[in-house]
Design a protein around this ligand. Structure first.
Ligand SMILES: N[C@@H](CCC(=O)N[C@@H](CS)C(=O)NCC(=O)O)C(=O)O
Length: 201
């Protein structure tokens, strides 16, 4: 499988899940400015939406959208416990987390990287994001993970987007449980492996 990624971007979530699941993965970095991949190929020919991640399966199917790719990877090795079986309430709960992280946290935190962001716009995003994170702080508690004791794909995704806070100049320290969660996930050996592979540590 080929994973098209940019170091530290949301594509790190499928990277972590593939490593946690013990799946062989060929990673190809993408220059999001030029839309060229590391082999010199036209990334728009892979994913015409122009953003990462994209996953090319062994059968040659290109999958996009973090929440969809995570489910695909998690299902390949159910024993890893990253994705509950389809058709169960636990699976829908996992999807609930994926949608929440994607639409409320990823897009909130991601907005800080928009060069067009104005101070008023930032204030608005910080207010909404702050409410979502306050709820998350209360709900996660001491976890240790979103679904309790088991690390799942949603934890990988949440970790990645919380990781952006520092670069985005967003003060996460007001949410100590989330800071502790970020540290807990970062210390997992497989997460360290993925971070190293992307040159982040
Ligand atoms: N809806 C997409 C969003 C992916 C996304 O935001 N990708 C960012 C990196 S985290 C990106 O590639 N941005 C560059 C661009 O939009 O041109 C998903 O969930 O996969």
């Amino acid at each position: 499988m080929d994973l098209y990624y940019k170091a530290g971007a949301c594509s790190l979530a499928p990277h972590i899940v593939a490593v946690e699941a013990g799946l062989p993965l060929n990673t190809i970095s993408v220059d999001l400015g030029t839309k060229k991949d590391a082999t010199g190929g036209d990334y728009l020919a892979v994913n015409p939406k122009g953003y990462v991640p994209a996953l090319r399966t062994d059968a040659g199917v290109v999958l996009t959208e973090v929440g969809a790719i995570l489910q695909y990877l998690g299902d390949i090795n159910p024993k890893a416990g990253l994705m509950p079986p389809a058709g169960t309430a636990a699976r829908v709960k996992q999807q609930e987390w994926l949608f929440f992280i994607s639409t409320e946290i990823h897009k909130g935190m991601g907005a800080f990287f928009n060069p067009m962001m104005t101070p008023d716009w930032r204030k608005g995003v910080e207010a909404t994001l702050g409410r979502r994170l306050a709820w998350l702080e209360k709900t996660l508690g001491d976890g240790p993970y979103l679904s309790g004791e088991t690390f799942t794909a949603a934890d990988a995704y949440l970790f990645v987007v919380l990781n952006w806070a520092k670069v985005a100049g967003y003060d996460l320290d007001k949410f100590p449980k989330l800071v502790a969660f970020r540290k807990r996930v970062s210390e997992r050996p497989k997460v360290q492996e993925a971070l190293k592979a992307e040159g982040l540590i």
